[in-house]
Ligand binder design. Structure first.
Ligand code: NDP
Length: 455
């Protein structure tokens, strides 16, 4: 296990909200060695004492559920180093140490290439690892270039392109539920499944993050990475093991089988939109273009949807609809698997036999099966919903992800070719949207999004 984590961008939101609590969770469950060190790096003129005070505040705010002793242990294991990731000498000073480090780039994605080049020139100690947040690049070309730079620094197994969705229990449950239940896998194909909706609709709006989000948008921020990863887990062939090679090979197969979209497909099968002013519960939300720091000329979408089909033996004719949006009227985070209708219903039943649906709720985590049963009046069909709550995970997603990084287990991180294939899927959409072949629709904050579904 690597015992030194160096976080570049240690004064940022990701560190505050997720990395510090993730480390506290690891400490609380006895998974951090006694020699663990957290070296925080940033451009701010802070010192270790100031960083520790800030980290303690953030842990109170975002990690209050972990024991005080664990929060204190993370704070006292931390130090601060002023460093600009464009400056080799300051970066070399942070990474210098006896043993290997895990260098976590909690940085704006635009800075990743320069950070990787600087780490190369500064010389990471042998056995070190690099962790990159999403989005990995901003299009296919930049992802290919970033992979090239990384390959000069470290071998592929030491590169962790993380996606915290993969560390969520329910996301892993998609695969577990499919493959551990004999009754599901035989019907897990286009003969029986009509459509799969992969949805991440949130009531959260921009929440002051224009600096990161404006110019990036919903397609690059969510759909290209998190939602395509969910698609992979739903649609993949059963892997031989959950080890990194088997799991990632099968995911790449799915991405490679996505039918490329033509301009006409993009016009027919994708939608983009951004929110207007509105009310979500008792919260008034300004229009996206009036949010602080937004440049309307970027034409950034806060809602993205696309329909995909897979050209492989298992899925001919099944539609996979991926959709995500901000400032919507309700949180809906789920994978909904819609089965086809029963092929024949004996004459004599009343009521309606609705098609079966299996839903993996991602937040809150639950599993729901929509069946049809018989009601109080015999021969009358009624909807029947079976719901199972899922035990809360022992570790939050960032705890699991950091544990895998420190242990060198890359199974739940994205391999270089997988990152490139994900961009290949969305490239035609980015190209057509940039030529305005698809209108930028609008929806009031607090609504269900732009009205007509794609297709
Ligand atoms: P922030 O803007 O809050 O923080 C970015 C950090 O990078 C700041 O500490 C900033 O410090 C530092 N930084 C910027 N430029 C440089 C530089 N040249 N040298 C050294 N440090 C620099 O962003 P987030 O923390 O929100 O996001 C970081 C990454 O995590 C992004 O890739 C994002 O996509 C990803 N992510 C974020 C999530 C979140 O909820 N926040 C969730 C999932 C992923 P300063 O400017 O003070 O030097």
């Amino acid at each position: 296990m690597i015992e030194r984590l160096v976080v570049f961008g240690a004064t940022g939101d990701l560190t505050a909200r997720y990395l510090l609590p993730g480390l506290a969770a690891l400490h609380a469950t006895g998974r951090l060695g006694g020699r663990f060190e957290l070296a925080g790096a940033g451009r701010q003129d802070w010192d270790t004492e100031g960083f520790r005070r800030w980290a303690a505040d953030q842990l109170d705010r975002h990690g209050g559920e972990f024991p005080a002793a664990s929060r204190e242990a993370i704070v006292s294991a931390s130090s601060y180093h002023q460093a600009d990731v464009g400056d080799v000498a300051s970066v070399a000073a942070v990474i210098a140490g006896e043993g290997p480090s895990a260098a976590y780039l909690a940085l704006p994605p635009a800075v990743f290439p320069i950070a990787v080049t600087t780490l190369h020139e500064a010389g990471l100690p042998p056995g070190s690892r690099i962790v990159l947040e999403k989005p990995f690049g901003e299009d296919l070309d930049s992802a290919v270039e970033l992979n090239r730079l990384l390959a000069e620094v470290l071998p592929e197994p030491a590169v962790f392109r993380v996606d915290h969705f993969l560390a969520m229990t329910t996301v892993q449950n998609v695969l577990g539920t499919r493959l551990a239940n004999r009754m599901l896998e035989p019907v897990w194909n286009s003969t029986h499944i009509d459509e799969v909706d992969i949805v991440w609709d949130e009531t959260l709006s921009l929440e002051g993050r224009a600096g990161y989000y404006d110019g990036v948008g919903a397609l690059r921020d969510m759909l290209q990475n998190h939602l395509l990863q969910l698609l992979c887990l739903v649609a993949m062939e059963p892997p031989v093991s959950l080890g990194e090679r088997d799991l990632r090979d099968r995911k790449v197969d799915v991405l490679r089988s996505v039918r490329p979209l033509t301009d006409a497909d993009v016009q027919r099968r994708t939608r983009r939109a951004r929110y207007l002013a509105g009310r979500i519960g008792d919260r008034r939300v300004p229009a996206y273009v009036d949010e602080e720091g937004v440049d309307p000329s970027h034409g950034t979408e806060t809602f993205a949807e696309m329909e995909l089909e897979l050209d492989n033996r298992r899925w001919p004719g099944t539609i996979f609809r991926l959709r995500t949006g901000k400032a919507l009227g309700r949180d809906r985070m789920e994978v909904a698997v819609h089965f086809r209708s029963a092929p024949h219903l004996p004459v004599g039943f009343g009521g309606e036999a609705l098609p079966n649906m299996l839903r993996f709720g991602l937040d809150p985590e639950c599993l729901t099966l929509d069946l049809t049963g018989v009601g109080a009046r015999a021969e009358t069909l009624v909807p029947l919903e079976l719901t199972a709550e899922i035990d809360p995970p022992e570790l939050p997603p960032y705890g699991r992800l950091l544990l895998d990084v420190l242990n060198g287990d890359a199974a739940l991180s994205i391999r270089g070719d997988e990152a490139e294939e994900s961009w290949r899927v969305v490239e035609p959409v980015l190209a057509a949207w940039s030529k305005d072949l698809v209108p930028l629709l609008e929806y009031p904050a607090g609504s269900d999004g732009p009205d007509a579904p794609a297709g």
